[in-house]
Design a protein around this ligand. Structure first.
Ligand SMILES: NC(=O)c1ccc[n+]([C@@H]2O[C@H](COP(=O)([O-])OP(=O)(O)OC[C@H]3O[C@@H](n4cnc5c(N)ncnc54)[C@H](OP(=O)(O)O)[C@@H]3O)[C@@H](O)[C@H]2O)c1
Length: 341
């Protein structure tokens, strides 16, 4: 396992981060109902990941009902006495209860959310505390000041953003700088071979400001594993048998062409499609660690192999070209003119 600095910080994380969104079997109210791993399987996946050298786990207060994913993660850490060897990341911001302040990025909600996460995770500190999505209703400065207080209190070590528009992220980074507050060191974002829109603005912004990118849904929810085939219905029990409209959203020429390229690279390198899709992300310079998702130890093993796979330049080029997308204005205008003049 390779260890990389988390953004421009000194913190070392494994290039694979274990995503905990699938941990536990939540009831029908949860979007993950019926497509998760029970507690025993979640424990087995944490055992296996740790044994393979993964030192980084990503969860969120909102995964599973009433913090189920955090509770399972906390129980495994306590049982195995692994807290000091792990980099533990969680998130706040989405709705945890029906009260007016049960959601959002206000100081009020953050102070409440952090206590809940610390309790469920059975720890006195969170290594990376992330805002799950920007909040239009709260001034960025209020959020940053509250997070800075948590760092100063020792409850949080580093802070990160997720699901931010580039203008807001850059505004946030400048606010932190101007007000001498701890600033985001990471951006957790939807990034994979079929979802590359963040390359327009967010990737250059992260490169300029030294943020490490943590791609979420790196297999596009399983689409890039190759188990969904053009014109064929999804296999029963798979994620997109439940979320059919998402699979419909992937059904276009460019995405099937991308999948063909992933398959041909996998064959050429005697590897698997999930490993190739993950290795493509790991080769992107601004990526610190890829947050993998799995529902069984065998899926996890297949995905862990992505960390060991070295993609030759020709394979990267093939995958980049097959999944290319139109950058649009002004990006293409700037790129083309810059080349000429
Ligand atoms: N910040 C955010 O807003 C956000 C959003 C989403 C996720 N995340 C983070 O990112 C992590 C990963 O997200 P994700 O679960 O969507 O990742 P993903 O890798 O894109 O999808 C994982 C799903 O794909 C299928 N799969 C995985 N490996 C496979 C394999 N080798 N062969 C066949 N199928 C395979 C499984 O679904 P089935 O077997 O059920 O089909 C699995 O549950 C989460 O745990 C969470 O930590 C963050």
């Amino acid at each position: 396992m390779e260890y990389r600095n988390l953004g421009k910080s000194g913190l070392k994380v494994s290039s694979i981060c274990l995503g905990a969104m699938t941990f536990g079997e939540p009831d029908a109210k949860s979007f993950m109902h019926g497509i998760s791993a029970d507690e025993k399987t979640a424990f087995a996946m944490m055992d296996r990941a740790f044994e393979a050298g993964v030192n980084f786990i990503d969860t969120a207060d909102v995964y599973g009902n009433d913090g189920l994913s955090e509770r399972i993660t906390g129980q495994w850490i306590a049982k195995n006495k692994k807290r000091d060897q792990l980099v533990l990341a969680t998130k706040f911001r989405f709705r945890m209860d029906a009260t007016p302040n049960g959601t959002g990025a206000s100081r009020y909600h953050i102070m409440q959310a952090v206590e809940g996460s610390l309790r469920r995770l059975q720890t006195d500190h969170i290594d990376l505390y992330q805002i799950h999505m920007q909040d239009y209703d709260t001034p960025e400065q209020e959020t940053l000041r509250a997070l800075d207080d948590l760092v100063r209190q020792g409850k949080v070590r580093y802070v990160g953003a997720s699901n931010y528009a580039a203008y807001r992220l850059v505004d946030s980074l400048w606010t932190s700088r101007a007000e001498h507050l701890h600033s985001f060191i990471t951006l957790q974002a939807h990034y994979n071979l079929v979802t590359r829109e963040l390359e327009r603005e967010l990737v250059p912004a992260c490169e300029k400001f030294g943020l490490g990118i943590l791609p979420w849904s790196p297999l596009a929810g399983g689409f890039l594993s190759g188990k969904y085939r053009r014109g064929q219905p999804p296999t029963d029990g798979s994620r997109y048998a439940k979320w059919k409209e998402r699979l419909d959203g992937f059904d276009n020429e460019r995405n099937w062409k991308t999948l063909d390229a992933v398959e041909s690279v996998a064959k050429e390198l005697n590897s698997t499609m999930p490993a190739v899709a993950l290795a493509w992300l790991l080769n992107k310079p601004s990526v610190s660690s890829v947050i993998i998702g799995a529902r069984s130890v065998s899926q996890l093993n297949e995905n862990l192999a992505g960390a060991e796979l070295k993609l030759p330049e020709a394979a990267m080029k093939l995958l980049d070209e097959a999944s290319a997308f139109s950058l649009g204005y002004p990006y293409e205008f700037i790129r083309n003119i810059q080349k000429k003049w």
